[in-house]
Ligand binder design. Structure first.
Ligand SMILES: C[S@@+](CC[C@H](N)C(=O)[O-])C[C@H]1O[C@@H](n2cnc3c(N)ncnc32)[C@H](O)[C@@H]1O
Length: 301
C-alpha cells in the first residue's frame, strides 16, 4: 500500500504490496515505481534489452521484466489518450481477427461485453477466453508496465494457439474516470472487480473503485441482467463493497442457487494472480456478486 497505513493484521498480500514486492513463480522481486523507476542508468538499459529479448515470437512475457510500483493513484492525471465517446474508439485494433471477418460472419457481436477492471496481469480474461469464445472481453489496467505485460501475453498466446485468445484484449486506462468514454449505455454483460486496491485510510476511501457514485456509472454502462462481480481478501473492504451494493437501487445480490450455477464464480479465486497468492497463503476471501436490475420507469429499451 504505497504511502498508506496498513493494519498490523492486514492480509499477507497487502503486506507484500506495502513493502513494494511482488511474487513471480515463488520468487520475490522488488517493486518499482512507474514514474520513478528504482532501476536506473545501465541497469535500466539492461532491463529494457531483456524485455525486448523476451518479445520473441510466441514467447510468453516474463513478469520480472514488467516490474511496476505496487499502486498508482487513480485520482491523479495520467498521460494517455482517451476517446471522447465510445463510437470514437477503434476496437478493430484490439480484436483484429473478429473484425477482419466482420462482413462474412452473420450475427457476430462486435461489442465488448465483459470488462475486468484493474485486471492486473490478466489471469481472469485469459481463463475466460475459451469459456466465452464469442464474447469480446477487455482488461482495463492503470499501470503502464502491467498493461504492457498483458498485451504481450495475449500476443504470445495468439501466436502459440492460432485461432484462440482472439476475443481478449487489454487497455491501459483509468477505469475510475473513463469507462463511459469506452462503453455505451447498457453495453456490458459482466464487470469484474477482483482484489481491488483497498485504500485503507479513511481519507483515501474516495479512491476505492466501488463507491456509490461509481456504481451509478457502472449501472449506466451495464445491461439490465448483467452481473457485477467483486472479491477481496480484506474483510473491511469486502463489507464496504457489499454494503455499498446493497444500498444501491439498481443492484440485487445473486441467490445461492444462481451463484452455484455461474461458471465465473470459481474463477474469482483461482484465475487471477492476486487470487492465487491469497490461496497460497491460505487467506480468506469475501465476495459480493450482484445483478444489474431495471430501475423505475424502465421500458426495456
Ligand atoms: C491488487 S491488484 C488486482 C489485480 C487483479 N485483478 C488480480 O486479481 O490479480 C489491483 C489492480 O487494479 C489496478 N487499478 C487500480 N486502480 C485502477 C483504475 N482506476 N483503473 C484501472 N486499473 C486500476 C492496479 O494497477 C492493480 O493492477
Amino acid at each position: 500500500m504505497a504511502g498508506e497505513d496498513v493494519p498490523e493484521n492486514a492480509p499477507a498480500a497487502i503486506m507484500e504490496e506495502k513493502n513494494g514486492v511482488e511474487e513471480e513463480n515463488g520468487v520475490t522481486v522488488a517493486g518499482e515505481g512507474e514514474t520513478k523507476p528504482y532501476i536506473k542508468g545501465k541497469r535500466r538499459n539492461e532491463q529494457e534489452a531483456q524485455v525486448k529479448a523476451g518479445k520473441q515470437k510466441g514467447q510468453l512475457p516474463k513478469k520480472r521484466f514488467y516490474r511496476a510500483r505496487a499502486h498508482s493513484n487513480p485520482l491523479s492525471d495520467c498521460q494517455f489518450s482517451v476517446p471522447t465517446m465510445p463510437s470514437e474508439f477503434d476496437w478493430s485494433e484490439s480484436f483484429p481477427e473478429f473484425f477482419s471477418q466482420e462482413e462474412t460472419t452473420e450475427g457476430k457481436d462486435l461489442k465488448v461485453r465483459f470488462a475486468d477492471i484493474g485486471c492486473g496481469f490478466g489471469g481472469l480474461i485469459v481463463q475466460m477466453s475459451p469459456l466465452f469464445p464469442k464474447s469480446l472481453m477487455v482488461g482495463m489496467e492503470l499501470r503502464d508496465k502491467v498493461s504492457e505485460y498483458v498485451k504481450e501475453r495475449i500476443i504470445a498466446l495468439r501466436e502459440q494457439h492460432p485461432g484462440q485468445y482472439e476475443n481478449i484484449s487489454v487497455l491501459r486506462t483509468n477505469a475510475m474516470k473513463y469507462l463511459p468514454n469506452y462503453f455505451e449505455k447498457g453495453q456490458l454483460q459482466k464487470m469484474f472487480f477482483l482484489f481491488p486496491d483497498p485504500h485503507f485510510k479513511e481519507k483515501n476511501h474516495r479512491r476505492r473503485i466501488i463507491s456509490t457514485a461509481l456504481l451509478a456509472e457502472y449501472a449506466y454502462i451495464m445491461a439490465v441482467g448483467g452481473i457485477l462481480y467483486t472479491i477481496t481478501d480484506v474483510q473491511e473492504l469486502g463489507e464496504w463493497m457489499k454494503t455499498t451494493l446493497d444500498a444501491h437501487p439498481l443492484f440485487q445480490p445473486l441467490t445461492d442457487e444462481e451463484l452455484e450455477k455461474d461458471v465465473c464464480v470459481p474463477l474469482l479465486t483461482t484465475a487471477t494472480e492476486e487470487g492465487q497468492k491469497v490461496e497460497r497463503n491460505g487467506g480468506s476471501t469475501y465476495k459480493a456478486i450482484y445483478r444489474r436490475i431495471a430501475g423505475p420507469g424502465y421500458s426495456g429499451a
